[in-house]
Structure formats: C-alpha cells, structure tokens
Design a protein around this ligand. Structure first.
Ligand code: PLP
Length: 463
C-alpha cells in the first residue's frame, strides 16, 4: 500500500516512510492511496478471530509489504499483551441498545495506548533494522504524551520530547509523563495551550534545517500509523455484536479527530457503520462546522475533559480530502484559508458529504457532570468526563425508531480524572494497583515559554 499527501505534493511513499516522517513534505497528511475492501463474507470470517488476529487482518493490507507478515503479527501480539484485559477493548452492555467500548485497559489508561503500544514497536523495529535513530516530537493535551512516553521509554532507537500545556493537564496525566525517568524521555511544559504546543511541533517540522539535523519524527495523530490501529476496534466492536451486514452507530468523544476518523476509515473499508457522532465539549468547532459549513477557529476553553480542549482538529484535513472527492486542490484551499484567516467555508458538496457520514453534538460542562452522575445511578459504573461527553451525545442522538446498536467509545479510565468523577457522584474512582504510588514518584520536566527558538535550543542541547 502506498500513501499520498492530502495536499497532493511529492510522490507516493510506502508505509515505512509514512510511519517515520509523520507529516508529508508539503505539510499535508498521509492517507492510503486507496481503501482496502472487506466483503460481508470476509467480515463474517473475521468475526471469529481474537483481537490480535483481527488487528493483523485489518492492518496487513494497509501496511502492505513494508513489514513481513510474521513480524507484523508478533509486534501486534506484543503490543496487545501489554493490556490488562483479555478482550483488549471489551464491550460492556448498558441497556438494550447501548454499549460502552472500553478502550482504557492499556499501560496509561487511555485509548491512545491502543495505537501507541503498536506504533512504538513499529518505530523500534524499523529503526533498528535501518540502524538509525530519530527524535520523536509530540504535542499533548494530556493523554498522548504519557502513552507515547510509555511506548518509547528505554528504547534504543529514539529520544522523545513531549510538549504539554503547563498547568492544563490533570495531575495524574502530568505525573504519568513526568515520573518516567529513562534518559531518552524529555518532558517540556509550555506556557500556553495545547494548540500552542501543536503549533510549535508543526513549526519545528516545517523548519527543514532543524528537522533534518534532529531527524524529527512524529507520533501525534497526524501520523497515519497512529490512526491505523484505531480502525481495528471499530471492526472488533461491530463484529462482536454480529453486525457484519447491518450497521452499528458510534459516539466518539472527539478532539483532534483521529479516533473518529478511524471509524470513517473502517466504514470506507466495508464495515457497516451507521451514524458517527462527533461528541465535543464546549470546544465545539466541529459541531459548528457541521451545522454551518464554516470551520472557524475560536478561543480554547478549559474543561473537565481536557484531552478534547482543542480548536484545530488536525485530522479533519484527512476527512476534507475524502469529502472533496480526494481532490488535493480543495484541501489546499481550505488549509490556506485556515492559516491566513483562521477559517474556511466548505463547498456545498463537501458539507453534504460530511453530513451523510457524521452527526455532531456539543455537551457543556453541566451536562457532562450530569451524565457522569446519571451513568452511575443507572449502571453503578463510574465513567470519566470524556466518555461522559460521548454518552451524553449518544443519548441525544439515538433515534427511537431504529434498532441500530449504539456504541459509545470510553476513551479514558475514570481514575485518571478523579476530581470530576468524585464531584459528580461522591465516589472516588480507584486507579489500578500499578499506579498506587504515582503521587510519591519523583517528577522531571522543564517549563519553557511558548517560543520556537527556546524549544529548539532546548532540544538541540539534548540530542
Ligand atoms: C485524545 C483523547 C480524546 C480525543 O481523541 P481525538 O482522536 O483527538 O479526537 C478523547 N478522549 C480522551 C480521553 C483522549 O485522551
């Protein structure tokens, strides 16, 4: 399988190159040249596989011959052995039509482990074979950073630098990053928002001199290899509900649009996906875009679901590419508008195409708290604020006259956000045993201003 840039520049690259470079040379995002197709008969066969076997079947056509099959399967096996639930992403029934897809059983208790536990191993494998070493640069609103650090810590082939917005992550999110003290791990707290961190990372990638000298590589969800493993759990959920020929709806707590874009990819690959609900907190740029056809960047508000406090949803560019009939000129026009004036207007056709696959729903802070409380009353389960945004959106969007099952993605363990859960329910969610002493561990991080030069010099001095 070859990968092309959403902005049409450069020539197609193989999976390995897309993995190592992250962003395409023209600033675009890599997408597969075509979508592999699974027929209903094939889906029926896949329904009998366990998670790691299914993951291989879904990803093998996307990886192509870049990695030999036996090696790919063993990397996948190792990645999902690191999860503390046999089903990897268990599906929990809430009522007749509603299900919760628990994506938080990995090492850092958020769904980002599903992708990064594999991506870390893919990096290590490819770099070791090439006898190469890279500098991985990650911007995080909280969960990506710890998941990337746990995927890379101690690996010989890479240094990792993680930029998080100073004081804007939860304590536990910060501690999961800053208490990892392997020498190849570097945490930077930026005096700014997540969007500032993301802009710094983009600027460093666009500084070609710095990029080449530092041999930069990305692990954010702009990297295709981050999106790909997430496609698997949409297959896993729908097939375990026996829905190989009938649709399943999904409600997805959304920030950077990587997770829900994986659901869109699953649909393009032949999985019958019904509604894809973009569940946002008050940072509702995507809900406004669906309602008005205009994507206009606003101010970021801090919420109790900080991993979704985002105004620029990078992966939306991948969707735009498909919505405009895979025309890179359209994507370039949109993204120019975005960088010049912070806004662009979708064409009628693209807007309509997006609304056919997606619905969007904005859940405010009071509604999020109320949902955590209601979920607890109804099921006795504690859910985290991100998952609560997804559940509240699912409640609002579910259509009473349809029989389609609704799967809400539970993206983080409630123990990662104890304050919000405690306030809504009076219950303190426990962290798994392995994190019991987290608050006593030593922290290591550097606070830097929101300034490109300052961050580049910090990195240069350490590689
Ligand atoms: C990252 C994250 C999200 C948002 O996912 P995107 O792929 O960025 O849309 C939602 N919930 C949690 C807990 C996260 O860590």
């Amino acid at each position: 399988m070859n990968y092309i840039s959403t902005r049409g520049g450069g020539s197609p690259v193989d999976f390995e190159t897309a993995l190592l470079t992250g962003l395409a040379g023209d600033g675009g995002l890599y997408v597969p040249e075509s979508w592999p197709q699974f027929s209903t008969a094939e889906l029926t066969r896949l329904a009998r596989l366990d998670y790691a076997e299914l993951a291989f079947e879904v990803m093998a056509p996307l990886v192509g011959d870049a990695i030999p099959s036996a090696r790919l399967q063993s990397l996948i096996d190792a990645a999902y052995d690191s999860f503390d639930h046999k089903a990897v992403t268990p599906l929990v029934q809430l009522d007749r039509r509603n299900w919760l897809l628990e994506l938080f059983h990995g090492p850092t208790l958020a769904f980002k482990d599903v992708a990064l536990q594999l991506v870390g191993r893919l990096f290590d494998d490819v770099l070791t074979r090439r006898k190469a070493r890279v500098t991985i640069l990650v911007a995080t609103s909280g969960d990506t950073g710890s998941a990337a650090i746990h995927a890379i810590a101690g690996r010989a082939a890479a240094d990792i630098f993680v930029l998080h917005p100073h004081g804007r992550t939860s304590d536990i999110q910060r501690l999961q990053m800053t208490t990892v003290t392997e020498p190849n791990v570097h945490n930077i707290a930026i005096e700014g928002t997540f969007d500032d961190c993301q802009a710094l990372v983009k600027a460093m990638f666009n500084d070609s001199d710095f990029r080449d000298k530092a041999r930069l590589s990305g692990m954010n969800s702009i990297n295709w290899a981050r999106v790909m493993p997430q496609i698997v759990y949409y297959f896993h959920a729908a097939l375990s509900l026996g829905r190989e020929s009938r649709p399943t709806d999904f409600s997805v707590p959304t920030g950077n649009f990587g997770d829900i874009y994986a659901g869109f990819a699953a649909k393009r690959m032949g999985l019958p996906v019904g509604q894809l609900i973009i569940a946002t907190n008050v940072n509702d740029i995507l809900a406004r875009t669906l309602a008005t056809g205009r994507y206009a960047v606003g101010e970021v508000s801090q919420t109790i679901s900080p991993s979704m406090d985002i105004q620029i949803s990078s992966n939306f560019e991948r969707l735009l590419f498909d919505a405009a009939g895979r025309d890179p000129a359209a994507g370039r026009r949109y993204m120019d508008g975005l960088s010049q004036s912070g806004a662009f207007t979708l064409s009628e056709a693209a807007h309509q195409a997006i609304c056919e696959d997606f619905a969007a729903c904005r859940i405010d802070e009071a509604e999020t708290r109320a949902e955590i409380a209601q979920s607890y009353r109804e099921t006795g389960m504690l859910i985290d604020p991100h998952s609560a945004v997804g559940r509240a959106a699912a409640r609002r969007q579910i259509q009473p006259d349809r029989e389609t099952p609704m799967v809400t993605l539970a993206t983080a363990h409630p123990g990662k956000f104890p304050d919000a859960v405690q306030e809504a329910t009076g219950q303190t969610p426990a962290l798994p045993e392995r994190y019991a002493d987290l608050r006593e561990r030593e922290e290591r991080y550097e606070i830097l201003p929101n300034d490109l030069q300052a961050v580049e010099s910090f990195i240069k001095a350490r590689i």
